[in-house]
Ligand binder design. Structure first.
Ligand code: ZN
Ligand code: ZN
Length: 343
């Protein structure tokens, strides 16, 4: 039986249509096959620093700038409009023209480990990636023309990644892209009506319903949203209200890293290293009501082709109800999928 669900933030409608085909949608599509020779020609591997370009930021316990020994490294994207990944091509609002003129496009090389995944990394390594995102956003924010920041991390060729080495892309824009603007407008309307943050209210409701929560404590939470657009869509954020990601402290980054590592390990186990896109949404600069917007990470597994209707027409048909996804992810124990998660 199909069900129409309305997203509480944007008002977007999703059709949840569990059916036998749902099992196919979960089909295991591995993000990328291992290729041992790939490191030799990888521009993001340790020792190839010259290939990726001059660094803007690095976490390097030993060694010199632009040399080996780093744990995370940020470089400018040298040919942003050409090297832009498919994820950006789909974003409306003149993003490509903007990057050709005003805007910034940077590449964060998340780790020196060519084969790392978030789920198989240490929380410290994940925290260093988050640290690089935050530091670059704090720096770019000083350019008063920049209105919004977006971090996109594509894992796997199916998700549009052009390099297999773990990396994320940071974009600063002189406008707010349309998908995020929908959230800002929806959350603002909710705030004016109730005086509260819709994201904080959703989390409180999810904890009492306890059907879509993967894990939570006093500081962080991971859950499958009520109106999930795709099977296993997963959100991670802080329980304490913060509008902007760049306002998080080092301690906040660490607890978020612990939660993100845990939830990615569950997704990697339940779905066998799925191709995925991870999006960081943070409040636009100078937002009218900072109490209305709540930063968050959206994890979008790419378990099959997404029909053009979904991203362009805004109509999503999800064949795996988020309650089933949460149940499967909660049952992952010690990196092994058990019970419903084993299909
Ligand atoms: Zn590499
Ligand atoms: Zn909030």
């Amino acid at each position: 039986v199909s069900e129409l669900r309305r997203d509480p933030v944007t008002g977007r409608t999703v059709i949840v249509a569990p059916e036998r085909a749902g099992a196919i949608a979960w089909a295991r599509i591995s993000s990328s096959p291992r290729d041992p020779a790939a490191r030799d020609r990888c521009p993001f591997c340790d020792g190839h620093e010259d290939w990726a370009g001059r660094e803007l930021l690095a976490w390097r316990p030993h060694g010199l700038p632009n040399g080996p020994g780093w744990q995370v490294r940020v470089v400018a994207n040298r040919l942003p409009a050409l090297r832009v990944e498919s994820q950006f091509a789909a974003l409306p609002g003149g993003l490509l023209e903007s990057l050709g003129g005003l805007g910034a496009h940077e590449v964060v090389i998340d780790t020196p480990d060519h084969d790392a995944t978030i789920g198989r990394s240490s929380a410290d390594a994940v925290a260093r990636m988050l640290w690089a995102w935050r530091e670059r956003m704090r720096d770019l924010r000083r350019d008063l023309r920049m209105k919004s920041f977006l971090v996109v991390k594509n894992v796997g060729v199916l998700a549009g990644a052009t390099e297999p080495h773990p990396h994320s892309q940071l974009v600063a824009l002189p406008f707010v892209p349309i998908h995020q603007d929908d959230e800002v407008v929806g959350a603002g309307a909710y705030f004016r009506r109730t005086g509260r943050c819709v994201f904080c209210d959703v989390m409180a409701e999810e904890i009492s319903a306890d059907t879509r929560v993967i894990g939570h404590d006093d500081s962080t939470m991971a859950f499958n949203p009520f109106a999930s657009r795709v099977p296993f869509e997963t959100w991670v954020t802080t329980r304490v209200h913060h509008a902007a990601f760049e306002d998080l402290t080092d301690h906040d980054l660490h607890v978020v890293a612990v939660r993100l590592q845990d939830v990615m390990a569950r997704l990697e186990a339940a779905l066998a290293d799925p191709a995925s896109t991870l999006l960081l949404h943070s409040a636009p600069v100078g937002i009218d009501e900072p109490a209305s917007y709540h930063w968050h990470i959206e994890i979008i597994p790419r378990l099959g082709p997404v029909p053009g209707l979904a991203w362009d027409g805004g109509i999503h048909i999800n064949t795996v109800p988020p309650e089933k996804a949460a149940e499967a992810l909660r049952q992952v124990i010690g990196g092994e999928a058990v019970g419903a998660a084993r299909i």
